[in-house]
Every structure is written in C-alpha cells, then in structure tokens.
Design a protein around this ligand. Structure first.
Ligand code: G1P
Length: 271
C-alpha cells in the first residue's frame, strides 16, 4: 500500500514572477482555494496517511498557513463564526497529516526528493508536483491501482503538442500493457524537438521506489544545472526497474505559468 506522499514546494516559481518574488505560488487562490489544497484533497481521497512538504526558508509562508492556530482561536473566542470554525477545522485536519522538511538551495526536484530520504518508510511512495492540477478524476488513486496491479513504479502521462516537448520530461514506450498503461523504455528531461523520443510527457504525479534515493545520492546535475528526478528514474530503468506511464482520465491544469494559472481559475470555476 502507498501511504506516504511527498510534495516539493521549495521551487522559486520563476514562471510566475513578479508575484513569486514575495508570495508562494502554491497558496495563490484558484477559484477561491489555495492550489495546494486541491493537491492535499487528491492525496487524502487516494488513501494517503502522511504528507511530506519540502519547503525552504523563503517559503515559510506555507508552513504558517497551517500553523495559524492563535490567529483562528482569537477570532473564534471573540465571535463563534461558523465559517471561521469550519475553515480552522479544515486547516487542523491538513496540519495533522503534514511533516515539513527543508530544501534551502533550489537544486532541482531530484534534490528535493532526497531531503525526504529518512522519512520514507515503505518500498514505494507518491510524489505530486503542485503546479499540475488534475481535476474530475483522482489521478493519484488510479495510479495507486495501477501500482498495485503491476507491482511497479508509475508516472502520470499525457500526449502534448510536439512544439512544447522542451517544457516536459518526455518518454518513449517499449510496450502497451493495457488501454491506459505503457511500459517506459526511456525518459529524457526537457529535450529539444529534434531530440525528443516522442510527444508523450510526464505529468507531475509519480509513484517512486525507495531505491531512487541511492541513485539521487550520486546523481550529477543535468539540464539547467539541476538535479532532476527524471535522470534518476532513467538510471533505475537502466537497471531494469519497471516504470509504467499511466494515461490519466482527469482534466489537466497547468498552474505553474501565468496563462495556465488564469485558465485554471476559469476551468475549475466551471466544474
Ligand atoms: C517537472 C519535471 C518534468 C515534468 C513536469 C510536469 O518539470 O521535471 O519532467 O514533465 O514537472 O509538470 P518542472 O515543471 O518542474 O519544470
């Protein structure tokens, strides 16, 4: 069973500047709720019991969001506002499940994952990238089912426009396992159009094996000088770890760019 999830939140958010020079993008409201709450609800509904947030000193705002007990208690003591009580209860529910670890230097997603090494208990864990919202159908839940069925690592996948391949991790498949699940042969972080093995992109949901930590310990910086999870995944594939690409059914929303963020607000408003 997959019981733990990790969420890298220490990214600088350069695609959402200037806002992110003072604000944590994951707290920006999408149709009235911080983006990260949609991710938390996806985890809870998928049966996750513990969530590890990887933040940085610059993004302490995220921790404060869940640790504002005095603030809420003061208001509730003065006036028993049911709406405030409801919000506080929701925050308390999330807070109980979250552990915080720190990645103070932005060295990449692979490095962020490595910070959780000593807290991961089971053979496999889930990772969700908060820029990627998947609505309507719970992507983590269907990935966990695929993991249970095929006893393998899993990544969420989607076909993208060939012109945009350099924005994503792109994979090539070796065989179709079922309608929505494919065995991955190779995965490359943000290739040029010329070098892309396909137009099949990895979206920010991963079921990773604990053995990835050993790879990450020795992982050299890759594209843009960052330590990429994609490169560590390729090292595991080279050693015959089975990675499945799972074509998810939900609606994908990219909240990591300004255009995508605006669109996400409109789209979620319509749901
Ligand atoms: C990350 C991954 C990339 C993946 C993408 C999905 O990139 O490195 O492989 O395709 O998430 O959103 P980032 O969005 O951090 O640039």
């Amino acid at each position: 069973m997959i019981k733990q999830a990790i969420i890298p939140l220490a990214g600088q958010g350069t695609r959402l500047l200037p806002l992110t020079s003072v604000f944590a993008k994951e707290l920006l409201p999408i149709n009235g709720r911080p983006g990260v709450e949609y991710i938390l609800d996806e985890c809870i509904e998928a049966g996750i019991k513990e969530i590890i947030f990887i933040i940085s000193q610059k993004k302490l705002m995220i921790k404060k969001y869940f640790y504002s007990d005095t603030f809420y208690k003061n208001i509730i003591n003065k006036k028993k506002d049911t709406k405030v009580i409801k919000e506080y209860k929701k925050i308390l529910k999330y807070k109980k499940m979250i552990k915080f670890v720190y990645q103070n230097k932005p060295k990449g997603t692979g490095d962020a994952v490595l910070k959780t090494k000593k807290y991961i208990k089971d053979k496999y864990f889930l990772m969700l990238l908060p820029d990627d919202l998947i609505m309507k159908y719970n992507c983590s839940k269907s990935m966990i089912s695929a993991h249970n069925k095929y006893k393998s690592s899993v990544m969420a996948s989607m076909n993208v426009n060939k012109k945009t391949v350099s924005r994503w991790g792109i994979y090539d498949l070796s065989k179709k396992i079922s309608k929505n699940n494919f065995l991955i042969k190779e995965v490359v972080e943000k290739p040029s159009i010329k070098n892309a093995p396909s137009n099949k992109a990895v979206i920010g949901r991963y079921i990773l094996p604990k053995t990835i930590f050993k790879k990450l310990l020795h992982q050299k910086p890759g594209k843009g000088g960052e330590i990429h999870i994609t490169d560590a995944i390729q090292s595991l594939i080279n050693e015959n770890e089975k990675f499945i690409a799972h074509n998810f059914a939900g609606k994908y929303l990219d909240c990591g760019t300004m255009n995508g963020f605006i669109k996400s607000n409109i789209e979620i408003g319509k749901l």
